[in-house]
Write a protein that binds this ligand. Structure first.
Ligand SMILES: NC(=O)c1ccc[n+]([C@@H]2O[C@H](COP(=O)([O-])OP(=O)(O)OC[C@H]3O[C@@H](n4cnc5c(N)ncnc54)[C@H](OP(=O)(O)O)[C@@H]3O)[C@@H](O)[C@H]2O)c1
Length: 273
């Protein structure tokens, strides 16, 4: 077995690499998804017996501004990996996003119809469709992945710790820590799970999540303020992109979803303030 894990410097990739053996971790230096024309040849040189594609262009505003780059990384590159997987009869594991939905209803199941409202979501759904052509594929759709990067829970923690105000948008999603997502991914792979499955945290508003962060880390919640409008963002965001995790809860027998289980994995000692 030789497992190629792309995006090994990212939140999910770095955690997934730690949980598997016989891994070839791949960074941008080895496999740059902005140059899709070289991908097949590089894969042919590595000859993986499984691909776990954790790489993606995840900056939603950057995708809106640089659509060609987002297309190459999130849509075209997965389609070339899919071709390689089909021709070599290997498994491919890929990650999708709650941002493939328009956010009008929330609680999206594995069968809900995508309707992206920004280019990140559009490019990711094109990638998903290519991966679905591989007979042995697993697509894990997730939401609000957090870990070491400066994303919502990290920013909330840092700002409250520094006594600063936190403004949160009145919106819902299903955040999960990258360690829980990686553990669930590896368990699904080991159980030979195929097809599409939602793996995320439980549905929560950003305001309630911020309040829970304050409570969990014993910080002052009075500086958390809710606002109705997205400001300073180029791309539109879905208002409620939460995912339904009933299927995952019936397959995985441990708590990957609760806010407490996920917040307890935050490595606050290593966050630079
Ligand atoms: N983050 C979220 O909130 C979220 C929500 C839903 C779904 N997802 C999906 O979950 C998966 C993992 O996300 P994540 O949070 O781990 O993302 P991340 O922390 O942003 O990591 C992305 C990884 O992709 C790599 N990458 C980006 N552009 C590349 C390129 N041109 N060539 C090669 N590698 C490139 C990055 O490398 P560098 O370090 O060199 O940039 C990094 O290793 C992605 O498929 C994402 O779409 C994420």
């Amino acid at each position: 077995m030789k497992i190629l894990i792309t995006g090994s410097t990212g939140q999910l990739g770095a955690e997934t690499v730690k949980l598997l053996e016989d891994v070839v971790p791949s960074e941008r230096k080895l496999l740059n998804l902005e140059n899709p024309e070289k991908i097949y040849e590089i894969l042919d040189r590595i000859k993986p017996s499984m691909i776990i594609n954790c790489a993606a262009m995840t900056d939603v505003d950057a995708c809106q501004v640089n659509k060609e780059r987002a297309y190459n990384v999130n849509a075209l590159s997965p389609s070339i990996m899919a071709n390689y997987a089909i021709k070599n009869n290997i498994k491919i594991v890929h990650f999708s996003t709650d941002f493939v939905f328009n956010g009008e209803t929330g609680n999206y199941s594995e069968d809900s119809i995508p309707d992206p409202i920004n280019y990140y979501g559009t490019s990711k759904i094109m990638g998903d469709m290519a991966i679905e052509t591989v007979p042995n594929h697993l697509i894990i759709r997730t939401s609000g992945v957090y870990g070491v990067k400066n994303n919502f829970p990290v920013v909330v923690y840092k700002r409250l710790k520094e006594g600063k105000e936190v403004r949160v948008i009145d919106s819902y999603y299903s955040p999960i820590h990258s360690k829980n997502l990686a553990k669930a991914t590896v368990e699904l792979i080991k159980n030979n799970y195929n097809g599409r499955i939602n793996i995320s945290g439980e549905r929560i508003s950003r305001k309630d999540f911020a309040l829970k962060i304050a409570d969990f880390f014993r910080l002052d919640p009075s500086r958390i303020l809710e606002s109705q409008e997205f400001s300073g963002q180029v791309a539109k965001r879905p208002r409620d992109s939460s995912l339904n995790i009933d299927q995952a809860r019936s397959v995985l027998n441990w708590d990957f979803y609760s806010v407490k289980s996920n917040l307890s994995l935050m490595d606050i000692k290593n966050l630079s303030l």
